[in-house]
Design a binder for this molecule. Structure first.
Ligand SMILES: [Zn+2]
Length: 289
């Protein structure tokens, strides 16, 4: 089965390098990612760009370079938003729009919780207007924040409800199933036609840790309860959150959680439907063969 990884990271940020050394023990490089894609049968991916403090550091230039020299031409990206820079009225909005015109950009990523604004705060209104203009989905970090400086009231999945109702013509992706608030996320994707969720980042760890969690019944059931309640496997996207975990073991973990009749949708078809440029990537990969 061909797989699309709808949520990974690939940037120069020190935190991600540290995670790959100390937590997931993976080779955090274009070469390492290419190898993991082959091992996991992943044919394409969506990189969630992380915004920096300085708007000129907002974009992941290492990825841009890898894309330009063609080593990772199976990747698309979502442009990360820094609301503090937006509020300052700086060039952030201009930079984000410029990024949206690039061939590899297929969405927008908002880091709720890490930034202390509700997703329906008017500060983000121009971002949603851009999402409509370029017809791209908005992925939103939801649930636990890796940093203790994060504020969970902003990253709780229920905050997406008001946003989804206010913008019925936009698609939203709740990242990480909003873990640990999986049931809240389940209700959101059930109720709102324009809300999707990805299953990335449910674990951070090395191969052994991922396989151990795969056999941790209560944790698996926590995730499954939400999925069974919503029963909307047409709205669930596979993602790994690489470099937080090695990809192939994480694929096995998610395969165990999703009923087999929905694997094609969750691991491939849904990402193809949600990310507008994905079909061109898949088409060009098929033509290369
Ligand atoms: Zn992520």
């Amino acid at each position: 089965m061909k797989i699309i990884d709808a949520h990974l990271h690939f940037s120069n940020r020190e935190g991600l390098k540290k995670t790959s050394r100390e937590i997931s023990q993976i080779d955090y490089s274009a070469k390492g990612l290419g190898k993991e894609f082959r091992e996991g049968n992943v044919v394409a991916g969506v990189v969630m760009n992380t915004p920096g403090r300085d708007p000129y550091e907002s974009f992941d230039h290492s990825m841009e370079l890898a894309l330009e020299d063609g080593t990772l031409d199976c990747l698309l990206s979502c442009v990360g938003v820094n609301p503090i820079e937006l509020q300052k009225g700086s060039r952030e909005l201009f930079i984000i729009e410029e990024e949206l015109t690039k061939i590899w950009t297929t969405g927008i990523k908002i880091y709720a919780g890490y930034f202390h604004y509700y997703v329906y705060d008017p500060i983000y209104d121009p971002i949603y207007e851009l999402a409509k203009k370029y017809k791209v989905p908005v992925a939103i970090h939801c649930g636990d924040t890796q940093s203790a400086q994060g504020l969970l009231k902003y990253s709780h999945p229920l905050t997406i409800d008001e946003l989804a109702v206010n913008h019925p013509d936009l698609n939203f992706i709740i990242c990480h199933l909003g873990v640990p608030w999986v049931m809240d996320t389940a209700e959101l994707i059930l109720k709102n036609p324009n809300v999707y969720a990805d299953v990335s980042g449910l674990i951070a760890g090395n191969k052994e840790q991922v396989l151990r969690m795969k056999d941790t019944r209560l944790y698996v059931e926590l995730i499954q309860q939400g999925l069974v309640y919503a029963n909307r496997y047409d709205k669930i996207l596979f993602g790994s959150d690489w470099p937080l975990v090695p990809i192939a073991p994480y694929v096995e973990f998610i395969k165990d959680i999703i009923p087999v009749e929905y694997h094609e949708d969750v691991f491939f078809n849904n990402a193809l439907n949600v990310f507008p440029k994905m079909k061109y990537i898949i088409k060009s990969l098929d033509e290369q063969k």
